[in-house]
Design a protein around this ligand. Structure first.
Ligand code: SAM
Length: 291
């Protein structure tokens, strides 16, 4: 029996269901239910909330989310070996855990959440190999404000720093920081050492909170993405040079005219201008392209 519920300890679960961690699936499991409870609390309060969890694995974070009072958890897991272990958790919390077998990258998580009333949020110890791809997919959505009211996610510390970076942290500031800063307020909550995981990864991890902004600066997300791709594609070059390749809707954009219209000094580099500046450039590019 564990500290938070009457289910068996996670090490026993992993042994009984033969869940030897697979590197190809980014499986670094958390066995410490005090730590998974801390992550669940960081995402709280959870009463009345539908939590979408990506990659429940043997169920450590899942159990913590349920014990912390989530109305329900919808857990999307790609590794079919984990399903029997998760069925035991579902039996312990009748009607509150839905396990969806599949690839989270190919799953419409918003549609799963929309089946239930109340707020929805994503909480996950993400598989590191697809963490950035998942976050980008969730934030780069057509519809905003998003269907989730908060994201509480574990990443490698290095990725966490790239998510929350500002132009002051030039080395980390890039396309991911612009997307995250445009659509959310992001911050690192706490670090988790490699020793907390089985097997231990090589690097420290961090739990990151992202709260969607209701007052996102108006901008075409595709054009913003094209602008940041161009600007950070040659991040050491001045913007008047790096933006030369920009083309919107098939129309080449004159970099000098673009920077002039946006009021940005063309001698600056991508890593020196703010999210609001990037939005200004994207809107100016849309105007010049007539879209
Ligand atoms: N939540 C568990 C924990 O904290 O111990 C496991 C976290 S482990 C870092 C990542 C989990 O994501 C694994 O269970 C893995 O099988 C699962 N996973 C990997 N790729 C996935 C995908 N594309 N879609 C859904 N789950 C995936």
């Amino acid at each position: 029996m564990s500290a938070i519920d009457d289910l068996p300890p996670l090490r026993d679960v992993v042994q009984r269901f033969d869940l030897a961690p697979k590197k190809s699936l980014g499986q670094n499991f958390l066995f410490d239910l005090n730590l998974t409870s801390r992550i669940a609390r960081a995402a709280g309060p959870l009463a009345g909330v539908t939590v979408i969890e990506v990659g429940p694995g043997p169920g450590g974070l899942t159990r913590a989310l349920l014990a912390e009072g989530a109305a329900r958890v919808i857990a999307v897991e790609r590794d079919e070996r984990c399903l029997a272990a998760l069925a035991e958790v579902a039996a312990r919390y009748p009607g509150r855990l839905d396990v969806v077998a599949g690839d989270a990258l190919e799953t419409d998580l918003g549609a799963l959440a929309a089946r239930h009333p109340g707020p929805a949020r994503i909480v996950a110890n993400l598989p590191y190999n697809i963490g950035t791809a998942l976050l980008t997919q969730w934030l780069d959505a057509d519809v905003w404000p998003a269907w989730f009211d908060r994201l509480t996610l574990m990443f490698q510390r290095e990725v966490a720093e790239r998510i929350v970076a500002t132009p002051e942290q030039r080395a980390d500031y890039g396309r991911l920081a612009v997307l995250c800063g445009w659509r959310t307020k992001a911050r690192i909550l706490f670090d988790v050492p490699p020793s907390a995981f089985t097997p231990p990864p090589k690097v420290t991890s961090s739990v990151v909170e992202l709260i969607p902004r209701a007052d996102t600066l108006p901008c075409n997300r595709r054009i913003l993405s094209q602008v940041t791709l161009c600007a950070f594609g040659q991040r050491r070059k001045m913007l008047r040079q790096s933006l030369k390749g920009l083309s919107i809707a098939g129309k080449p954009i004159d970099a000098a005219a673009l920077l002039d219209r946006s009021g940005i000094d063309g001698q600056k580099r991508a890593e020196e201008i703010s999210v609001a500046d990037f939005v200004g450039v994207a809107n100016a590019a849309a105007a010049l392209a007539g879209v």
